[in-house]
Design a protein around this ligand. Structure first.
Ligand SMILES: *Cc1c(COP(=O)(O)O)cnc(C)c1O
Length: 337
């Protein structure tokens, strides 16, 4: 029996073209700045985001930690959505390693209200920490892969700029956001100081994320990356599939979004509780009575999903999941019910 793994788009395997690109990659020692394949990937990533420079990092988590640190000083405060990946899923690195205070505010479907951001910024006062950074997440993972529209980013950016803070975008799935809205990713990136995105999710690379920003920011980030053991030598073997991802895997995210919509509508038809408004990209979250039991039941039929807590189940469509797989999932659920 074939396994249909819908736990995450991180389970994607590299395409044959990607694997071949690894064999043929021109390599050097990237810590010495001598890997031409890494240089090329960083150039393409910066160009795609409309930023001066870019840096290959090992993971999205490392990229977020490095970026948060390169944007702040110890003891300062960072404004974050209470359901953000940085707060929720990154082992508390923002406190343990970056030594920052977090100020949590609640977004609506992952999008922060600029007024809430403004209210959360500390006034200049001898007793208070300095607020120096606002982080947004696009697409928003826990909200169900929901997108920030460019004008929503601009609205927060206006507040942030006015107060002299920095704005950072955890854009792990930023290309999903761009493709879903049918816009150039630069339309969103232009309003933030710096941005991270993952190569290893829907873009199907085996490893890697990119940070993009000003040359000055990337220089600082490179130093932190080295500190965290992320200075990699012949990293061209990671960068080569990254180049293919940016050149030929972005547009196909549309298929994942279509599959997610088919899945979501099918679940609705089977009377699962699901908020279709939230199914904007490749993530489908729905409710069951007992998520643990539900997941172990579908496992028996070769289907994997994530337990999202409180009776919520998450399914993510991705490269390697076809329309007939979605049909199989829906047919199976109908039978089980
Ligand atoms: C996956 C994810 C990350 C972290 O990426 P890893 O490569 O798994 O460390 C960060 N932010 C968001 C929103 C994510 O979905």
């Amino acid at each position: 029996m074939r396994t249909i793994d819908l736990r995450s788009d991180t389970v994607t395997k590299p395409s044959k073209e990607m694997l071949e690109s690894i064999l043929n990659a021109e390599l050097g020692d990237d810590v010495y700045g001598e890997d031409p394949t890494v240089d090329k990937l960083e150039e393409i990533a910066a160009e795609k985001m409309g930023k001066e420079d870019a840096l290959l990092v090992t993971s999205g988590t490392q990229g977020n930690l490095i970026s948060v640190m390169a944007n702040t000083n110890k003891g300062e405060e960072v404004i974050l959505d209470s359901e953000s990946h940085i707060y929720y899923y990154e082992v508390g690195g923002i406190a343990a390693v970056a030594n920052l205070l977090v100020k949590l505010i609640k977004g609506r479907m992952g999008v922060l209200d600029p007024e809430d951001v403004e209210d959360a910024i500390r006034p200049k006062n001898i007793h208070m920490p300095i607020t120096s950074l606002v982080c947004i997440e696009n697409t928003h993972n826990r909200a169900g892969g929901t997108v920030w529209k460019p004008e929503q980013i601009k609205a927060v950016s206006d507040v942030v700029e006015d107060k002299g803070l920095k704005l950072y975008m955890d854009g792990a799935r930023i290309f999903n956001s761009a493709v879903a809205q049918n816009i150039d990713v630069r339309k969103m990136a232009r309003y933030v100081d710096n941005v991270m995105f993952c190569l290893s999710k829907g873009l199907a690379c085996p490893v890697g994320s990119m940070i993009c920003g000003t040359e000055e920011f990337i220089e600082k980030a490179r130093k932190y990356r080295k500190m965290f053991g992320g200075g990699m030598r012949q990293a061209g073997i990671i960068a080569a599939p990254g180049i293919i991802a940016l050149e030929s895997m972005v547009e196909r995210l549309k298929e994942d979004h279509e599959n997610a919509k088919i899945l979501a509508r099918g679940l609705k038809d089977l009377n699962f509780r699901i908020d279709l408004k939230r199914v904007q990209t490749n993530i489908v979250v729905f409710e069951v009575e007992n998520s643990e039991k539900f997941i172990s039941e579908i496992n028996k039929h070769g289907i994997k999903a994530s337990n999202f807590g409180k009776g919520k189940v998450r399914m993510v469509t991705h490269y390697g999941i076809e329309k007939e797989d979605i049909k199989y999932v829906l047919d199976t659920l109908e039978t089980i019910l």
